[in-house]
Design a protein around this ligand. Structure first.
Ligand SMILES: Cc1ncc(COP(=O)(O)OP(=O)(O)O)c(N)n1
Ligand SMILES: Cc1ncsc1CCOP(=O)(O)O
Ligand SMILES: [Mg+2]
Length: 224
């Protein structure tokens, strides 16, 4: 199978279904609420779920995503991605290198890689990645990130020089997702602003609408 058989990353919000936020809700319940709001891509991010539970959650969430017509990527875990039939993985500096993820997953699944700059994006492309995650765009308390906050301008500069589609991550919220879209992001990754909202599904709808308005604003800004 060649690379063209891989699914395309849908443009828009990229929702993190995370086990560190709202621990009173199961991962399956969080995924159901994100999907009810129209999420088209979910990343299952499990940092504290024990392995057997993680496998069961991966199978449940991947199946729910596929029933809803959404893609599901596993954070960090190539083994769970393969076992659950996920659409791919996202790996960073502390995970398997992207070349190894690609080797294990083959050509038909997506590989996303965390990078900090355009040079990292070029290296990720050479390693077989489909997209890069770049951040933190804004301050975040969801993860202690060993890199400075980029801000919208710094993020836009990485996007302009990246050969791969860029997913902006870190502090992305309803208040700023339009700016991330207007800066050229292919996707904007959101964890806490969606999962901590009183109505998760409604927040995903709002995030999608705001992302689209940022895209329209960017295209208007570029017109004569
Ligand atoms: C879309 C996206 N971009 C970046 C990351 C961060 O990945 P990583 O650096 O491996 O950190 P953890 O998420 O594993 O803590 C991501 N998960 N998703
Ligand atoms: C996993 C990760 N990598 C960089 S920032 C981040 C956390 C994103 O979470 P939030 O959307 O709550 O800032
Ligand atoms: Mg990781």
């Amino acid at each position: 199978m060649n690379a063209s058989a891989r699914p395309l990353l849908p443009k828009g919000p990229y929702l993190l279904c995370d086990d560190t936020l709202r621990p009173e809700l199961s991962l399956g319940e969080k995924a159901a609420r994100l999907l009810a709001g129209g999420a088209r891509i979910l990343q299952l991010r499990m940092k504290r779920t024990p392995p057997r539970e993680a496998l069961a959650a991966a199978r449940e969430v991947v199946a729910a995503c596929h029933r809803a017509g959404a893609l599901c990527l596993l954070n960090d875990r190539v083994d769970l991605a393969l076992l659950s039939g996920a659409d791919g993985v996202h790996v960073g500096d502390e995970d398997l290198p992207p070349e190894a993820a690609r080797e294990l997953l083959g050509p038909a699944r997506l590989v996303g890689v965390t990078v900090r700059n355009a040079e990292g994006a070029r290296a990720a492309q050479a390693a077989g990645a489909d997209y890069v995650g770049v951040g933190p765009v804004f301050g975040t308390t969801t993860k202690q990130v060993p890199a400075p906050v980029l801000g919208v301008e710094g993020f836009a500069a990485v996007v302009r020089a990246s050969p791969l589609p860029v997913v902006g991550i870190g502090g992305v919220a309803l208040t700023n997702i339009a700016q991330v879209a207007a800066a050229g992001a292919w996707c904007a990754a959101v964890a806490s602003d969606a999962l901590l909202a009183p109505d998760i599904a409604e927040q995903v709808r709002r995030l999608s609408a705001a992302f689209d308005s940022g895209l329209r604003g960017a295209s208007l800004a570029g017109s004569p």
